[in-house]
Design a binder for this molecule. Structure first.
Ligand code: NAD
Length: 494
């Protein structure tokens, strides 16, 4: 048990045994809540040697499209710990999301978002809710590889890798075990995306077998999301690919009580970032009324990450006690449950006054140092499977007419090794034997294969013929087998 003692002197940033941490005060309510949170952490005895960097709106306005200066990366890479207030992302104008850039550049592959109900002290539809969402943070459609391919059709690539899936899923099971959780659920849409989400599900089943002490289950994301919103107490830890995790962790935080209360950790092999899940709330900026709890929760996660478990325990219990005593900022204030509508400053003072106290009704926390905290496991090196090309999909922009007309024109471009076998439009087979009811855009996927192994040169020969016939090809995708197993999907209706 971590002993609950009131700390003596607040630690200064020059403290010799303090841990260097990079801090950004952000935009909107960011500076207000960061100041409040840092004050509480220091009063609790956190040993932090703060390096401040500037990120966000001011940097974007200077023309830096990533929102972060090169010199700030040096601080992040040096300290390996980033405590970040929310920032405002300017709309449009080619500005890149700083969060996505930081997560991907620093390899922060796991996004951990605990969502807890503080019933009966904060209004919630789900008393007893206590769910941790572990979101994959680097892959999926967040690879951001998008193209306008034709006049009518735009594409975003969804990339799911085996090492990426192994890392996040192993992390989720290990997190569950380290934190005394009982069950890990996985949400995917592998009934539709059999290869990408199918891989995530397959890896989930493989890794679950390494954790026989934990229950595991898989749900299709649509029904899983509905059940999470309706009966969140059925869930414990949920691991998801990036997009589902992004959406559902906000839903989970909101139904637990308020997005203003939740913090998150972004974990990488060497570097970690801690932040509130909410944005910069420009509508209430500079009014001194913002709720610092989300950022403070993130601060607690940071202290646990740094092994400063006693300070983390003190802060978390004091925060719970403050909420329990009805001292609430305006976003969660409710005349039926609250005793005081507190400003950011008053809330911070209330938490500081309660350092050393424990909640009486909410479950107190007690963080323990983890003897050997291993964020990731070594991914076992796999022998690459034998890859053979057995055909090619050629994507065309074409507005000539019905699919049969396209097929008639295109058949003559095929070769003995690569004859035309199928045409789909938005994934649905329209030739041979398509239905006239199928709506077609100007974007056609034309499959050429005859079941034999082919070479790149065969594909180039085919493309020469396609081009010579006046077709506008957009791109090709090779049809491959891996150890003889198909590495591509069939057309819908094929
Ligand atoms: P938001 O989360 O900032 O605000 C949504 C609503 O919640 C607002 O009504 C706001 O007043 C309220 N709210 C949020 N945090 C609160 C708090 N701590 N205390 C009290 N009330 C709080 O979302 P938004 O308005 O969609 O976005 C505003 C800006 O934040 C945008 O520029 C967006 O790009 C950015 N953003 C940044 C991050 C980040 O830096 N991690 C995350 C999300 C959004």
């Amino acid at each position: 048990m971590a002993t609950l003692t009131t700390p003596t002197t607040p630690l200064e940033s020059t403290n010799a045994c303090a841990t260097a941490v990079t801090v950004a005060h952000g935009d909107g309510i960011g500076p207000e809540i960061m100041q409040a949170s840092l004050r509480i952490l220091r009063e609790a005895g956190a040993k932090l040697d703060v390096e401040t960097i500037e990120i966000g709106e001011a940097v974007y306005r200077r023309g830096v499209s990533s929102g972060i200066e090169t010199s700030s990366w040096d601080s992040l890479r040096r300290t390996g710990v980033f405590y970040k207030a929310p920032i405002t992302t300017p709309q449009g104008g080619g500005f890149k999301s700083l969060n996505v850039t930081v997560r991907k550049t620093l390899g922060l592959f796991a996004n951990i978002r605990p969502t807890v109900a503080y019933h009966p002290f904060v209004r919630t539809r789900h008393p007893g809710m206590d769910v941790v969402i572990v979101r994959e943070n680097e892959e999926d459609v967040y690879a951001g590889i998008e193209h306008r391919q034709t006049d009518q059709v735009y594409q975003c690539l969804k990339l799911i890798s085996r090492p990426g899936s192994e890392k996040i899923i192993w992390y989720a099971f290990d997190y569950a075990r380290r934190n005394g959780r009982k069950k890990v659920s996985c949400f995917t849409k592998d009934n539709i995306m059999k290869m990408t989400d199918g891989l995530f599900h397959k890896v989930f089943d493989e890794i679950a077998a390494e954790f026989p002490d934990l229950e595991h289950e898989h749900r299709i994301v649509d029904i899983g999301a509905a059940q999470l919103a309706d009966r969140p107490t059925d869930f414990d830890v949920i691991v998801m690919p990036n997009l589902y995790g992004d959406i559902l962790s906000d839903v989970a935080a909101q139904i637990a009580g308020s997005v203003g209360l939740a913090g998150s950790a972004n974990i990488g092999d060497r570097i970690a970032m801690f932040e509130a899940i909410h944005g910069s709330a420009p509508d209430i900026a500079n009014k001194g009324v913002a709720n610092p709890s989300g950022l403070l929760h993130a601060g607690v996660m940071m202290l646990v990450h740094l092994g400063q478990c006693e300070a983390a325990t003190l802060v978390h219990n004091a925060l719970l006690r403050t909420l329990e005593d009805g001292i609430h900022t305006a976003d969660v204030f409710d005349v039926a449950q609250s005793t005081q509508k507190a400003t950011t400053e008053e809330f911070a003072r209330a938490v500081i006054t309660r350092l050393g106290q424990r909640p009486e009704q909410l479950r107190p926390v007690s963080y323990q140092p983890v003897a050997h905290q291993q964020a990731t496991r070594m991914i076992a090196r796999r022998e690459p499977e034998v890859k053979e090309i057995v055909g090619v999909d050629v994507f065309l922009q074409w507005t000539g007419g019905a699919p049969d007309e396209l097929a008639t024109k295109l058949i003559s471009t095929g070769t003995a090794k690569l004859p035309l076998t199928m045409i789909t439009n938005r994934g649905v087979k329209v030739w041979p034997q398509g239905f006239p009811e199928t709506f077609c855009t100007d974007h056609w996927r034309c499959r050429f294969q005859n079941g034999t192994v082919i070479s790149h040169r065969d594909i180039l020969e085919l493309l020469e013929r396609v081009t010579a016939s006046g077709f506008d090809f957009i791109k090709t995708e090779n049809l491959c087998t891996f150890n003889g197993k198909l590495g591509y999907s069939m057309g819908q209706g094929q």
